[in-house]
Design a protein around this ligand. Structure first.
Ligand code: NDP
Length: 398
């Protein structure tokens, strides 16, 4: 009997729950647990599958997590709460002998800082306990790493240049909204840019470097160089990489709002006193911005995320390669009630969990997704709603 606990019941958790429920032969029992149990109950009711139960947990509290895991005794935790909870959940998994999967690297609350070191520090403890931890199994990080693993396994003798390109060409009709948790999203986008070049990290101003890139079925969109966490593990796991970068599209309206939010201090993550109460401006802003889970109903257009890679092919000749998925916001909403950004994260989380439960991605220790066999994952992720496409020897524009 396989039993998973999904912790976190936001946009991504909801999609993942739908997708696990579609595969009852693998996910025999599903528990959805989050801070607000009513949200878990509503999702369980909407899915209407007999093998789903719900529970309540504050995932900042290791003792509560340990009690939750002991109550349910799952094989695997799928952590779809916020990055702040990664370490408490990993700690509880170790105490209870449960395997672990997440979609975003740990971030301390008081510092918008993105690196795997905190989670990689758990390697030896997971290894000794015979437990597998799969890090960053959303789309990016996640599928972006698996695409790179496919390129390395099947097409390239040496990968030299890697560009991960993430376009959201959707329209939700709001003046300003973020596509996933606003606090996490704004922390990510307002940080300085960073890319890898010839063995070193090069820092840039926030969104300082940009250029138009052409996305399949979408066309040209201005794309901005940002730091993204999967670059850190990919340049280690593929040491022939000379340069690795990450690009994301933003519209002018979005950037203008973001600039104003920063200029007026609403992106601050340090606590301030307001009417005798301590508040964090960015957390207050989150409370008044549209809830990303409510964007789906009127969302049209597509996302397009992929990897553009060049280097030396298996035949020893220069090769350029593009592998990508396009996902339609409206189709994602029709299936799960959530938009494509939640969908493209929740589907790979379910797929990674399925790989673990089927014994295909089992490796005691703490691992990033590119360390596992990409083939069964890519076969399944396509069946589960995220088909992918490849192009060879094209102009990568980069
Ligand atoms: P949401 O804000 O919609 O959902 C987060 C959920 O976590 C909510 O249900 C929230 O509960 C719950 N939660 C927050 N704090 C706690 C806590 N202390 N204890 C228990 N539950 C808690 O976020 P998303 O669904 O948009 O994102 C989920 C995760 O996915 C994030 O870590 C995000 O960074 C990641 N992500 C990864 C992507 C990728 O491609 N790799 C892309 C997009 C997102 P409550 O409802 O009570 O607030």
């Amino acid at each position: 009997m396989n039993k998973v606990i999904i912790i976190g019941c936001g946009g991504v958790g909801t999609v993942c729950a739908y997708k696990c429920a579609q595969n009852p032969d693998v996910f025999n029992e599903i528990v959805i647990a989050s801070r607000t149990k009513a949200k878990c109950d509503a999702v369980a009711k909407a899915i209407g599958a007999p093998n789903i139960t719900t529970d309540q947990v504050d995932a900042d509290d290791v003792d509560q997590l340990v009690a939750l895991l002991n109550r349910h005794k799952p094989n695997l935790v799928i952590n779809l709460a916020l990055p702040y909870q990664d370490l408490t959940i990993m700690e509880a998994c170790l105490q209870c002998g449960v395997n672990y999967l997440d979609t975003a690297n740990y971030e301390p609350r008081d510092e918008a800082h993105f690196e795997y070191s905190w989670q990689w520090a758990y390697r030896e403890r997971f290894e000794k306990a015979g437990l597998t931890a799969i890090l960053g199994c959303g789309f990016d990080p996640g599928v972006s790493g698996v695409y790179t693993a496919r390129a390395a396994k099947h097409h390239f003798k040496e990968i030299h240049y890697l560009d991960i390109v993430d376009c959201n060409a959707g329209n939700h009709g709001k003046a300003f909204a973020t596509n996933f948790n606003p606090e996490i999203n704004i922390r990510e986008i307002t940080q300085k840019g960073r890319y890898y070049q010839d063995g070193e990290w090069v820092q840039t101003g926030a969104l300082e470097i940009h250029k138009p890139l052409t996305y399949p079925e979408i066309g040209p969109r201005e794309s901005y160089l940002m730091y993204h966490e999967e670059l850190e593990s990919l340049v280690i796991n593929y040491p022939t990489i000379k340069r690795a970068r990450f690009w994301m599209t933003f519209g002018q309206e979005y950037l203008t709002h973001l600039r104003v939010i920063q200029d007026i201090g609403m992106a601050r993550i340090d606590p301030i006193m307001y009417n005798g109460v301590e508040i964090v401006p960015l957390q207050f802003l989150k409370a008044v911005l549209p809830n990303p889970q409510d964007l789906g109903a009127n969302y049209t257009g597509q996302t397009s995320i992929g990897c553009r890679i060049s280097g030396i092919g298996k035949d020893g000749k220069p090769l350029t390669y593009y592998i990508y998925n396009n996902c339609d916001h409206h189709a994602a909403f029709e299936e799960t009630g959530m938009q494509a950004v939640s969908y493209t994260t929740g589907v790979p989380a379910m797929t990674g969990a399925m790989m673990f439960l089927k014994g295909l991605w089992v490796k005691p220790g703490v691992h990033n997704v590119e360390e596992f066999d990409p083939d069964p994952f890519l076969e399944q992720v396509a069946i589960s709603g995220l088909p992918w496409h490849e192009q060879f020897n094209i102009d990568l524009e980069l």
